[in-house]
Write a protein that binds this ligand. Structure first.
Ligand code: NAP
Length: 324
């Protein structure tokens, strides 16, 4: 089988496109023929050795995928050969076939295409955990989303609307904001051309957003927090801008607000039942068309470096999918 391999930490162009022997399932595992593998921002970090988790070499990037169960190991009863599934393994899906624990795959309905299913787990799983379990977002509240056209941002727009919130999309270009409005955002703020704190105050009539979803960090986190509503919740999702902001704690005091950490990778280990319940909802909503899992572009497996560069260059709206 063909595979993209990271043999040492470096940039996308240092990845190798190789032939490997087909995998066989160990007890408790399945082998899935990968039809679509999804990339996330953190794949740009994991190949560079800049991510919190460093897989042993050689490894393939792409943490999530969708495909068909090709073989099952001893003791596997939850899925069968021929089942359509999606899965999440943390890394390892940029290849034609993946061997993975049967507990890490979920059957998907016929109405859910492989390309949309592949990218469902990380961005929507993180965001449902963030908005429901961490922020306790309520219908009628206002949700501001930074990096709103990116993967997690798009998920926050769509899940925020499903939960009954008024959603303010914040992004760096008018094209990105037009995309966010197509996906359901009520308002748009271009933080490349407008002061974010003043704009958030303006579109909320001076009150501020009840919940702020921040996967970007850098220069945007503090201005957003300075505009938050009384007793609002500021969700710390990630730092796509590179810099981890240092926040003056008096802001939390003055706003009576919560600064809430979100660590989905730890949540799924600590609360597997909660994660499975969230995934069941997400798969159903995606199959029913309530979540877009919008595919920005698909790339042949061999072009994984170009796909990773598009993410790092801030060019992607929604998901980037690899086709083995
Ligand atoms: N906490 C968790 O459990 C968890 C789970 C999943 C992901 N994350 C993290 O969340 C962050 C976003 O992930 P994602 O998959 O949504 O990424 P993405 O699809 O690449 O979107 C990130 C957005 O950040 C903005 N951005 C600002 N400066 C950037 C820069 N220098 N480089 C790239 N993007 C920049 C871009 O929007 P504009 O151009 O509009 O600014 C972009 O659309 C990452 O840091 C990821 O590691 C955290």
């Amino acid at each position: 089988m063909k595979a993209i391999l990271c043999t040492h930490f470096g940039g996308p162009d240092e990845l190798e496109f190789k032939d490997l022997p087909d995998p066989a399932p160990s007890p408790g595992e399945v082998v899935v023929a990968v039809k679509s593998a999804a990339l996330n921002f953190f794949d740009t970090l994991i190949i560079a050795g800049k991510y919190q988790f460093k897989p042993p070499f050689p490894f393939s990037p792409a943490s999530e995928f969708a495909g068909v169960v090709e073989s099952v190991g001893a003791g596997v009863t939850s899925v069968a050969v021929g089942d359509r599934v999606l899965g999440y393994g943390g890394y390892g899906a940029a290849r034609e076939k993946i061997a993975i624990s049967a507990q890490r795959v979920v059957r998907i309905p016929a109405a859910l295409e492989y390309d949309r299913a592949a990218g469902l787990t990380v961005i929507y799983g993180t965001t449902l955990h963030a908005l429901k379990d961490r922020a306790h977002l309520k219908s009628g509240e206002t949700l501001a989303v930074l990096g709103a056209s990116g993967g997690t941002g798009l998920a926050a727009i769509e899940l925020g609307k499903l939960m009954g919130a008024r959603v303010i999309a914040c992004a760096s270009s008018d094209d990105k904001l037009a995309f966010c409005k197509q996906r359901g955002a009520d308002e748009g703020i271009n933080y490349a051309s407008e002061d974010l704190k003043e704009a958030l105050r303006r579109v909320t009539g001076g009150k501020g957003a009840d919940v702020i979803y921040d996967p970007v960090g850098g220069p945007y986190a503090e201005p957003a927090l300075r505009s938050i509503a009384w007793q609002g919740r500021f969700l710390v999702i990630g730092f796509a801008a590179g810099d981890i902001p240092k926040i003056p704690l008096n802001l939390a005091l003055l706003k009576g607000c919560d600064i809430v950490g979100v660590f989905w990778g730890a949540f799924i280990e600590r609360d597997p039942a909660g994660h499975q319940a969230n995934m069941a909802d997400l798969v159903r909503w995606a199959a029913d068309g309530k979540l877009s899992a919008h595919v920005h572009a698909t790339y042949p497996l061999a072009d994984t470096p170009a796909a990773l560069k598009a993410i790092a260059d801030r060019k992607v709206m929604g998901k980037v999918i690899l086709k083995p």
